[in-house]
Design a protein around this ligand. Structure first.
Ligand code: XLS
Ligand code: NI
Ligand code: NI
Length: 435
């Protein structure tokens, strides 16, 4: 059965094409920096937004036209696999991501849920073998069901903690079965609503214990998968422990977990934390901790995680500059953790939205390469930090100064002149690379 009827495989037609169902910038096989563009960008589709989401919002019911939905939830789940792989193939996307609850009905018990997961992942495995499509990452949903109202690994209820462990154990087994390249922990409710009744130390210690058990289990089953933490400052919880990259890295270091985890950074989570996407990637880079990206964008006028498809070329370009600095994203990827707007409810909107996101990333990637080739940022920074290249600056870098020698130097050089950064013209020149 064909779900995306009348849509052929999307191909690259170049910037002049007026065909909406074509790539104008993303040319999967174009050799860039020595390898095909698709190997740099490693695009992934998110099961939850693309297949499971109905388009509901707090004020409105589901609107999305999704021809795979039937009355029997297991039939729907099976149809979804077919439709999902059809979409992946038509878009030419080679990776995907899912939460356990996205792909299979939970039934009335863990046993039933796990059986359903086995059936669906059997189907996925077949499709993956036929198409060469790969699992970028999976994760356990420890936030939607009412039992998780106080979180999973940071719940005050030990039975919930154990339940969460059962889901993660199963998730790691499924990751091994499907050859998953990463495994994500997003602490959807790992945080607190009020400090008045929260034992933060106990909760953080428990979260670390949980991660150590997960590391032990992946080793036990012989599955060498990269673990990722996905920071987000708030929503649904008022205060989330994995607030941003810096906070997550401090947690990892405090509990000596830094060798086993990297970060999965999401654009809209960065902006919710009051940062830019490129800031979060740059922070991860300073700790060699860039793992993968969740590509989307927030709305500048709305204060929540709107998960729009990324179409802001400047933001994407600056993020890709940081990815290039990191030496690439593999074994991570660029996962579209993005959903179509409620007004884009048609089936073909799923195709068009991903084309828009992929074309934006292809353009941003090319602009980032050009900026690198022209040493745009390198030259700016070299000039700005020139005082550390020689004289007292070089001595500071070489580690041959102390407070006394610097104080003596300062006595002789009190007449300080600063140079203007001319940031306005820098921004104007940057525009030349983008538009
Ligand atoms: C929610 C998160 C979620 C994670 C996976 O805001 O982005 O979708 O990526 O649990
Ligand atoms: Ni995400
Ligand atoms: Ni998100």
């Amino acid at each position: 059965m064909e779900y995306f009827k009348g849509i052929e495989k999307i191909v690259y037609e170049g910037p002049k094409s007026s065909n909406d169902f074509a790539y104008r910038h993303y040319d999967a096989d174009e050799i860039v920096l020595g390898k095909p563009m698709k190997e740099h960008l490693r695009f992934g589709l998110a099961y939850w937004h693309t297949m499971t989401n109905g388009g509901n919002d707090p004020f409105g019911d589901a609107v999305n036209e999704r021809t795979w939905v039937e009355n029997d939830p297991m039939v729907t789940a099976i149809n979804r696999v077919d439709a999902f792989f059809e979409l992946l193939e038509k878009l030419g996307v080679e990776y995907f991501c899912f939460h356990d609850v996205d792909i299979a009905p939970q039934g009335n018990s863990l046993e039933e849920f796990f059986e359903n997961l086995d059936v669906i992942t059997d189907l996925m495995k077949e499709k993956m073998a036929q198409t060469g499509i790969k699992l970028l990452w999976n994760t356990a949903n420890l936030f939607t069901h009412p039992r998780f109202l106080n979180g999973g690994a940071t719940s005050n209820n030990a039975d919930v903690y154990a339940y969460s462990a059962a889901q993660v154990k199963k998730g790691l087994e499924l990751s091994k079965k499907l050859g998953g390249q990463n495994y994500v922990f997003w602490g959807g409710r790992e945080g607190y609503e009020s400090l008045l009744n929260t034992d933060m130390n106990l909760e953080l210690d428990n979260m670390a214990r949980f991660f150590k058990m997960a590391i032990a289990y992946k080793k036990k089953i012989g599955h060498d998968v990269q673990f990722l933490i996905e920071p987000k400052p708030k929503e649904p919880t008022t205060h989330q422990y994995d607030f941003d990259a810096a906070t997550s890295l401090a947690f990892l270091q405090k509990y000596d977990l830094q060798d086993d985890f990297k970060l999965n950074l999401e654009a809209n989570h960065a902006t919710l934390a009051g940062h830019t996407f490129e800031h979060e990637i740059a922070v991860a880079n300073t700790y060699n901790a860039l793992g993968s990206l969740d590509a989307n964008q927030g709305h500048p006028l709305l204060g929540w995680d709107t998960d729009e498809f990324p179409t802001n070329l400047m933001d994407v370009t600056l993020a890709m500059v940081e990815v290039l600095d990191a030496g690439g994203i593999a074994p991570g990827g660029i996962n579209f953790d993005a959903k179509v707007r409620r007004t884009s409810f048609a089936m073909d909107d799923l195709v068009l939205a991903h084309i828009a996101g992929m074309d934006t990333f292809a353009r941003g990637f090319k602009a980032a390469i050009k900026l690198k080739e022209d040493k745009f940022f390198t030259n700016l920074k070299e000039e700005r930090y020139a005082s550390f290249k020689s004289g007292i600056g070089k001595e500071i870098i070489d580690g041959t100064t102390d407070l006394e020698s610097l104080a003596a130097y300062a006595m002789e050089h009190q007449d300080i002149t600063n140079k203007s950064g001319h940031i306005e013209i820098v921004k104007s020149k940057l525009n030349d690379y983008i538009y």
